[in-house]
Design a binder for this molecule. Structure first.
Ligand code: N01
Length: 555
């Protein structure tokens, strides 16, 4: 039941501290807070960190920057923010994205409803009262009718289980927990384990500072290099003028980017034409290569392999030592088998004399000692050891804490049998619990589904409040439908077989013991948004769990 207080403030849910509690003060939390305010909700954002920015606050390792171009790596909903914020680089640095998010928080006056340094221990739903109690690690608790996760998709870091990891006496860092004050690397022997999107950004950035730099590589990535041009006033003005169109195109695009659609298969052109197209998109850099060369690099194995061979050729051209070049070439899986990172001089870094690639695929790391890393008979002595070993993606933050729904059902236990949700937004057994970027939301440039998801959740809650619907909760049928669609769409791509071979995080394969299943929706952002619109158009029928469907049918 909603009431309003007598100070002219928006309505609030009687008997609770807030209407909604949002966990996470990154892109998701800010968008959710803004849009929930817009429908009159009294909301609180809580975050364990000591600053605003979520993933961009905590991943402050050297070289961190977006893999997406600035014009679609931001919100489109606020005219004030759009008019006043100036991006300075084609691929903004992590520091600039952090500043942007703080600017958003200030400009939209969000800060007063954000509580930092507040770590959630768990949350429990009380069915009789229809209230969520959020328990904090300091022993305090708050209640709300709605609980919304904006905890991020790649936020639960993984430290590998290498024997002796605790014994290392030098400095040890994870890229996702990099010290805010920075790390002095000059004159030091440095090692890095992990070469996904995080590792490949830090490697070229710190290589000039290290005395000796040992890069321990288990699985090489296909990396598409790029250039990072400055964004001037004229370019900003152009983007500002077209912002709505840019966002709309990104929202319709399978991967949430504003890019052209390739019309041809890589198999339908001559060898010369194929090379010309690959070359031109390689020169445009970053995600342009994966998205704009051909229409089947994500769906046809032969085409994906042709792209793989083109990148292998580039690696051999850039890296002077042929043995190192060969070791950097992925041969066990093909292009798109791992999330393809955008490089900033990664391959050329291996031409530096102080940089040594150590192939730990065949000859694995046997242990970490107090002095360094042992591979076979060789011990590499190090002063600093960096882990860029990734995350328990998509589900990790949600299963790390106890989220307890109806009848004591724990989300972690429910998902141990396989991820189930309706559109990655709502879970049966967890009424009035929503997820921004929940597992099985699109594999995408993320600010786009974050904004659209926050707007969708706000409209759903507004609809429920207006129509006296007390609980929004995925129906069991919708969960089975969505799980089947996620599986169908995923298996239609090369990401399925190649992702399994490459042990990609999007298959859950990077975490020991995690069942192999799609963690994201591979059917495309535009298709996903269409499903979300359909759910809305049917009065959220698939979010009204059976007992309630009857009760609300007359609304
Ligand atoms: O993590 P990853 P990430 N011995 O899981 C290695 C997003 N992101 O943090 O492949 C040796 O990709 C592991 O090796 P292998 C983006 O979506 C975005 O880099 O399992 N190596 C792999 O090389 C990205 O995809 C941005 O053989 C071990 C690495 O650790 C996602 O986050 C920037 C090992 C983990 O790579 C994750 O990226 C950063 C071991 N025992 C991240 N254990 C931007 O957009 C693990 N590895 C800018």
């Amino acid at each position: 039941m909603s009431t309003s207080d007598n100070n002219g403030r928006p309505p609030y849910t009687a008997g609770t501290d807030y209407d909604s509690i949002i966990i996470g003060a990154g892109f998701s939390g800010l968008a959710l807070l803004h849009h929930l305010r817009g429908i009159g909700q009294r909301s609180l954002v809580v975050d364990a960190l000591d600053g605003i920015g979520g993933t961009w606050w905590v991943n402050n390792y050297p070289g961190v920057r977006t893999d997406s171009e600035f014009q679609y790596y931001s919100f489109s909903f606020s005219k004030e923010v759009r008019d006043e914020w100036n991006w300075t680089e084609r691929y903004p640095s992590g520091a600039e994205v952090r500043e942007y998010l703080n600017f958003v928080a200030d400009r939209l006056d969000l800060r007063k409803d954000i509580r930092l340094n507040t770590r959630v221990a768990g949350a429990r739903y009380d069915d009789a009262a229809n209230v969520w109690t959020v328990q904090f690690e300091d022993g305090t608790a708050l209640t709300a009718k709605y609980l919304i996760s904006g905890m991020g998709v790649l936020s639960q870091p993984i430290w590998p289980s290498i024997p002796g990891i605790e014994s290392f006496k030098g400095e040890k860092y994870h890229t996702a927990r990099w010290p805010r004050e920075g790390v002095a690397l000059e004159g030091k022997r440095v090692g890095i384990i992990g070469l996904g999107a995080s590792g490949i950004q830090i490697v070229p950035t710190i290589a000039p500072q290290c005395e000796e730099f040992f890069v321990f590589q288990r699985t090489p990535n296909f990396i598409v290099e790029t250039t990072n041009d400055k964004v001037d006033g004229a370019r900003m003005a152009e983007v500002r003028r077209d912002y709505d169109e840019i966002f709309a195109r990104a929202a319709a695009h399978p991967f949430g980017v504003d890019m052209a659609y390739a019309e041809k298969s890589a198999l339908d052109v001559t060898v010369e034409e194929r090379d010309r197209i690959f070359e031109s998109k390689w020169n445009e850099g970053g995600f342009h290569f994966a998205n704009e060369c051909f229409n089947d690099l994500a769906t046809n194995h032969e085409s994906s392999e042709l792209a793989s061979e083109f990148i292998r050729k580039k690696i051999r051209e850039i890296v002077k030592d042929p043995v190192t070049a060969e070791a950097l070439c992925p041969n066990d899986y093909s292009f798109n088998g791992k999330r393809v990172p955008t490089g900033h001089g990664y391959y050329a870094t291996f031409n530096r004399e102080n940089v040594h690639l150590v192939d730990v695929k065949a000859n694995q790391i046997t242990e970490i000692t107090e002095r360094g890393v042992t591979v076979g008979d060789t011990e590499y002595e190090l002063d600093v050891l960096i882990f860029a070993t990734g995350f328990d993606a998509m589900t990790g933050t949600l299963t790390f804490i106890d989220i307890v729904g109806r009848d004591g059902l724990v989300l972690r236990d429910k998902w141990a049998r396989g991820i189930r949700s309706n559109l990655g937004i709502s879970v049966n057994g967890f009424p009035n619990f929503f997820m921004s970027l929940g597992p099985t939301t699109p594999y995408s440039n993320l600010p786009v589904p974050i904004q659209l998801g926050a707007q969708w959740i706000a409209r759903a809650i507004a609809f429920a409040e207006k129509n006296g619907i007390e609980r929004l909760e995925a129906t069991p049928e919708s969960e089975e439908w969505w799980a089947a669609e996620v599986e169908r769409a995923g298996r239609a791509t090369v990401m399925y077989s190649e992702g399994l071979k490459a042990k990609a995080w999007f298959m859950g394969e990077n975490v020991q013991g995690k069942p192999a299943e799609f963690q994201v929706y591979m059917g495309g952002g535009g298709v996903y948004q269409q499903f979300c619109r359909e759910a809305e158009d049917t009065g959220y029928a698939s979010f009204l769990a059976p007992a309630l469907a009857v009760e609300t049918a007359a609304v």
